[in-house]
Design a binder for this molecule. Structure first.
Ligand SMILES: Nc1nc2c(ncn2[C@@H]2O[C@H](COP(=O)(O)OP(=O)(O)OP(=O)(O)O)[C@@H](O)[C@H]2O)c(=O)[nH]1
Ligand SMILES: [Mg+2]
Length: 237
């Protein structure tokens, strides 16, 4: 059995899903893949089942309704942690994250990092094809969250990560309550404030070319309000 699990959350990613699965097979052939689909109306779930029938080591979790990225990941983590994987990876299905970066990121985890974050906002990192408004929101949102939470992490919202499984086991995941981007902030901050070692690896982030972004005002608002509240109350997650 593979020692690494890549979790791919999907909602309406029917065009992107086969591409990301194919690219993952090339870049991390030693890893299993778990697709977590929230009953996408465009048939992504059925496409995932088809891929799972065609390929060994591709698994699917079907969730009954769109319930946010955070809950999808938590269910996937619990699936992975019940099996003997040493590493669990987060990656978006939309092609924004280059699976080729995973070799370097995986190595950093093997060398001892508890959590490796693929980071846009450190030297060597970049974002391609984003309008300036998106770039501004992500850059300044991350700077604000870093300041408010007194964190050392520059890309708290990144969804491209390698965890040692024990890292996730050591964290009290039941405390995580966020759904959107805020989930990624809360999870990284929980790792950092639990005293685990968090390392950032520079990545080139590419805007999706197919499918629709699930980003909306409510997700940004949730993050802003929660981060401010955590910062003020000095909540230790
Ligand atoms: N299972 C599940 N997956 C989701 C949900 N919301 C988003 N996703 C997936 O999570 C990943 C990130 O979502 P995106 O829509 O790309 O959001 P984003 O990357 O933050 O925004 P963009 O940069 O604009 O694409 C993608 O693979 C989505 O299909 C959800 O509620 N449930
Ligand atoms: Mg995206």
């Amino acid at each position: 059995m593979a020692n690494t699990l890549v979790v791919v959350p999907t909602y309406n990613e029917i065009t992107n899903l086969p591409k990301i699965v194919g690219r993952l097979r090339q870049s991390v052939p030693f890893a299993d893949i778990l697709i977590v689909d929230d009953s996408s109306p465009d048939g992504t779930g059925e496409k995932a089942d088809e891929l799972s029938r065609q390929e060994d080591g591709v698994f699917v979790l079907h969730r009954s309704q769109k319930d946010g990225l955070g809950r999808a990941y938590l269910e996937a983590f619990s699936w992975g942690l019940n099996r003997p994987y040493h590493y669990i990876i987060e990656i978006d299905a939309d092609g924004s994250h280059d699976p080729m970066e995973l070799q370097a990121m995986h190595l950093l985890a093997e060398e001892g990092a508890d959590l490796v974050i693929g980071s846009r906002w450190i030297p060597g990192g970049s974002v391609l094809n984003w309008p300036w408004v998106r770039r501004f929101i992500s850059r300044s949102g991350n700077q604000y969250a870093k300041w408010a939470l007194r964190s050392k992490i520059n890309d708290l919202t990144s969804g491209f990560r390698v965890f040692r499984s024990d890292t996730l086991r050591e964290m009290d995941l039941k405390r995580i309550a966020s759904q959107g981007y805020c989930f990624q902030i809360e999870l990284a901050w929980l790792a950092e404030s639990s005293g685990l070692s968090v390392v950032e690896h520079p990545i080139k982030f590419l805007e999706r070319t197919d499918g629709k972004s699930k980003m909306h005002f409510g997700i940004v608002a949730e993050a802003l309000i929660k981060v401010t509240w955590w910062g003020i109350s000095r909540r230790k997650p």
